[in-house]
Write a protein that binds this ligand. Structure first.
Ligand SMILES: *Cc1c(COP(=O)(O)O)cnc(C)c1O
Length: 398
């Protein structure tokens, strides 16, 4: 799954290039750079690799989400529909711009159920945010149809599906904007980093200004820039971008290894009676970052998770029980524990939506186990893991 596992000479070379100049910030100091602009180069590489017009790097996937929301003009009182299975960053970013996260169920794609999204739409809905989980994709045809039917914005969170596609288009490129993360656990890494991608020049310019105190970037001299909007500092550094530049050029190498190891393990357990696998609206676009499967019930899933762990299998996730990815465990959100006060109306709405019941999501996520696929496994090692998993699961399901 993570590119950091294969950090090596290519990454060291890019970082060394940058160290020769000593220019760590991404903007300014043109004369001292000797033509080295790692962040700008990585942005071009992102556009080329994923097929979008504009990319804007930020400090993280979380700040990229916040930036994209702001650049799309989403703010006070606007409702943004997200899945019950995502990452804390999704609601953090929405709350950060003063908007309201509204949850909709996931289906067996581990992403938004189109019916549930439609049921969640109100007069205040401004955007749908499909979160493409675990290397796979949401039902994008249905998401695009809902966007058109209700005249909404579509913002794709592809942080956990960098390199995945849907009907030939990279995830992240099909809405008004998309977001990638390059944190340490993602497909390719900068150490920390993220990107907003879009085909809309205006969204790109607004995102660029938002991440740089509102600078309009019309002049080469930063002190001459004017500031048409308020912004913040979410600028990536050249050091982080240098790592990402080496990694993005190795994306196909990473994907090939990952898919090979994924398929070896999948083959070892795919015919087991009682076991089903996550839905993939476009199997060809899958990255194989995780192998995700469903047990018949919650009790078996919890048991399987414990037994697989006891058998020495690493990289397992029982998302339903962890604190980061599933609504049921976000007590800080549900109890309204904010360090700063929200507006009364925002707090009321947030608490209302965060405390709804989601039996459909519960029934899917309580049965789901994922295993993160390592790039370091040889094919023999992957086969051994698959065999061990098969032994545990077949005994449990017998
Ligand atoms: C990792 C992740 C993020 C946030 O990315 P960071 O770079 O860690 O801030 C957002 N959404 C999803 C689905 C993620 O997996």
């Amino acid at each position: 799954m993570p590119g950091y596992e294969l950090f090596g000479d290519a990454e060291r070379k890019e970082v060394n290039d940058m160290l020769q100049t000593g220019v760590i910030p991404r903007y300014g100091f043109a004369a001292a750079r000797n033509g080295v602009w790692k962040a700008a180069e990585l942005e071009q590489e992102i556009c080329k690799t994923f097929g979008c017009k504009y990319a804007l790097l930020t400090t993280s996937g979380t700040t990229a989400l916040t930036t994209a929301l702001a650049a799309l003009g989403i703010g006070a009182g606007d409702e943004v529909i997200i899945p019950t299975f995502c990452f804390v960053a999704n609601f953090e970013a929405i709350l950060g711009v003063g908007a309201i996260p509204v949850f909709a169920d996931v289906d067996e794609t581990l992403s938004l159920s189109p019916e549930s999204v439609e049921n969640a739409i109100t007069d205040h809905t401004k955007a749908i945010m499909p979160v493409h989980m675990c290397g796979g994709m949401a039902r994008m045809d249905e998401m695009k149809a809902l966007r058109e039917k209700y005249n909404l914005l579509l913002l794709e969170d592809a942080c956990l599906a960098v390199g995945a596609s849907y009907k030939g288009k990279s995830l992240g490129t099909m809405g008004h904007a998309g977001v990638y993360s390059f944190d340490i656990s993602k497909m390719i890494t900068c150490g920390e980093g993220g990107a907003v991608i879009t085909n809309d020049e205006d969204v790109y310019k607004r995102a660029r200004a938002y991440t740089d105190h509102g600078h309009d970037h019309l002049e080469n001299d930063r002190t001459a820039d004017t500031h048409t909007h308020l912004g913040y500092n979410y600028r990536i550094t050249e050091l982080h971008a240098a790592v990402g530049l080496a990694q993005i050029r190795r994306l196909n190498e990473f994907l090939a290894l990952q898919m090979r190891n994924h398929n070896i393990i999948h083959d070892a357990i795919k015919d087991m009676p009682g076991l089903t696998f996550r839905g993939l609206p476009d199997p060809d676009g899958y990255t194989g970052a995780y192998l995700s499967f469903f047990l018949p019930g919650e009790i078996q899933a919890r048991e399987a998770y414990e037994q697989l762990k006891a058998a020495g299998i690493s990289g397992l996730h029982y998302w339903y029980g962890n604190n980061w990815h599933y609504i049921g465990r976000w007590q800080h959100l549900q109890s309204g524990s904010w360090m700063h006060r929200l507006y009364e109306q925002q707090k009321k709405q947030v608490m209302h939506y965060s405390n709804l019941a989601f039996p459909m999501s519960d029934s899917i996520m309580s049965r789901c186990i994922s295993i993160g696929i390592s790039l370091l496994w040889s094919d023999a090692e992957a086969a051994e893991i698959g065999a061990k998993m098969g032994a545990v699961l077949s005994k449990l399901l017998a």
